[in-house]
Design a protein around this ligand. Structure first.
Ligand code: NAD
Length: 487
């Protein structure tokens, strides 16, 4: 069995314990993972703290930090295929997607490499004579990064890239489900030449590792991606160290289709939005809101496409839908589909697991018109689409906003003025018009409500990893006058 290690203070080390990682395509254990517990977490945070204030990292210029990031980007690009195979093996995400996604992850590091020496302070036009006052932008400090199983290299790149550009140091906790690609990525960090302790990568379980990390007294900021329930634990933990938080959580994103849309194109986007990555995507367009007059036609084309999807081994380039990452995840989907059918949803297609080994589940469509299906509110994080119809634009908007989440939305129409009206009215952090599931290092990403707060990607994300220091410098050689008057 392949063995992986943690990366702490520039060295590869076993954790306090070990656990087995399961291949979701077969249900069999394939690798041994290090399990970091409180003492490992403490060593990693102490190393990050030392690297922040002493040693070579603290003395590097911003341009030198950028050069290290460029080197890391090149190494990710060179090793993309190997990392993709590991991610596919350990999480079941299809190789078609992991190969493309990890090659693109290199572009995130490249983008933040370029930003490292463009993070500027500012000079203040202060309202007092003989004073120079300016703001320095300094790293926010030691950052705890906690990520879920899906797309770990991508979800960590949007944190590690801007944090390194800003000069922070960090402890990254890979998910206990499928940590192999992130533990392997640590070798590239090492090879790129980052000083010891700047980036530490560990894995372990929520209560014994994630909790110890997020409440550690030397952590200054927690960048978390995961579900809302875990986010509540993380925020409670941050009451211990008063660290700031950014939270990227789930979604129940609306996908609105008007009768005037290019239906073929919209169906393809809907397939991408709910069945790509086996639906294990935070921005999954999981609520189709379609104009009544085209509902039957749209569902007919969509059902045909869903039933033609190739389900198979995630390592096969021809596979379109692979297994869910864990048995727990498939059980959750099965139960939620059953509850939704019991609440009056109508099964259009799917609704069951295929025969055989592995945690597979068929692409599923539930027609929820006239029901109070829980599938309209609760996140599946799987290949299950819930459908509602509308007759007026106002109804479409009301249905789209009828959620406590607010991550993403899709809107399909050829009517430009309507697109502008709705784009303003939809409550979500991202709106895609006539496209879906597009991302870029240049474009901020994130939501509000149950979808969390904070943005990843873009220039502002690098600034979020800084804090300002106000410096006052008196330029007069005259003695300080009356000491009892505030200056
Ligand atoms: P999860 O919330 O169960 O776990 C996420 C991480 O938190 C894991 O590393 C886990 O070990 C850790 N954790 C668990 N308990 C903890 C605790 N008490 N303290 C600190 N850390 C703890 O999420 P998951 O089930 O692995 O992933 C699925 C969720 O992630 C979905 O809700 C999905 O929508 C969300 N997600 C959001 C985005 C986004 O960018 N908005 C992206 C991907 C996934």
């Amino acid at each position: 069995m392949q063995r992986f290690q943690c990366y702490i203070d520039g060295e590869f080390a076993d954790g306090e314990a070990r656990f087995e990682s399961v291949d979701p395509a077969t249900g069999a254990a394939w690798a041994e993972m290090p399990e970091a517990r409180e003492a490992d977490v403490d060593r990693a945070v102490e190393a990050a703290h030392r690297a922040l204030y002493a040693g070579p990292w603290a003395k590097l210029t911003a341009t030198q930090r950028g050069k290290l990031l460029y080197r890391l980007a090149d190494l990710v690009a060179e090793n993309a295929q190997k990392l993709a195979e590991l991610e596919t093996r350990d999480t079941g995400k299809i190789i078609r997607e992991t190969s493309a996604q990890i090659a693109y992850v290199a572009e995130y590091y490249r983008y933040y490499a370029g930003i490292a020496d463009k993070i500027e302070g500012s000079y203040l036009p202060i309202d007092k004579p003989d004073m120079d006052v300016w703001l320095r932008r300094e790293p926010i400090g030691v950052v705890a990064m906690v990520v879920p199983w899906n797309s770990q290299l991508f979800l960590s790149a949007v944190k590690i890239g801007p944090a390194l550009a800003a000069g922070c140091t960090m402890v990254v906790k890979a998910s206990e489900d499928g940590p192999a690609p992130l533990l392997e990525f640590a070798r590239l960090v090492h090879e790129a030449g980052f000083p010891a302790g700047v980036v530490n990568i560990i894995t372990g379980f929520g209560p014994s590792c994630g909790a110890a990390l997020s409440r550690h007294p030397k952590v200054d900021h927690i960048a978390f991606t995961g579900g809302p329930d875990t986010a509540r634990h993380v925020v409670r933990n941050s009451a211990e160290n008063l660290a700031s938080t950014s939270l990227e959580l789930g979604g129940k994103s609306p996908f609105i289709v008007f009768a005037d849309a290019d239906l073929e194109s919209a169906v393809n986007a809907q397939v991408a939005g709910i069945f790509a990555a086996t639906g294990q995507s935070c921005v999954a367009g999981s609520r189709l809101i379609v104009e009544e007059s085209v509902k039957d036609r749209f569902l007919e084309i969509l059902r045909a496409k869903a039933e033609a999807i190739r389900i198979g081994s995630p390592l096969d380039m021809a596979t379109e839908v692979g297994p869910l990452a864990t048995r727990r995840q498939r059980d959750h989907i099965e139960t939620l589909v059953e509850r939704s059918l019991a609440a009056g949803a109508r099964l259009v297609t799917g609704g069951s697991a295929p025969e055989g080994a592995g945690y597979y589940y068929r692409p599923t469509i539930l027609d929820c018109d006239g029901s109070v299906s829980p599938s309209l509110e609760e996140e599946f994080f799987g290949p299950v689409l819930s459908v509602l119809s509308f007759e007026t634009e106002a109804q479409a908007l009301a249905l789209a906003n009828n959620t406590r989440y607010g991550l993403a939305a899709g809107l399909f129409t050829r009517d430009l003025t309507r697109a502008h009206r709705l784009m303003k009215g939809i409550r979500s952090g991202i709106v895609w018009v006539n496209t879906y599931r597009a991302v870029s290092p240049i474009a901020p990403f994130g939501g509000f409500g149950l979808s969390g707060h904070g943005r990843e990607g873009g220039m502002a994300a690098a600034l979020d990893y800084t804090r300002t220091k106000t410096v006052w410098l008196r330029t007069s050689d005259e003695p300080i006058p009356d000491p009892f008057v505030m200056r």
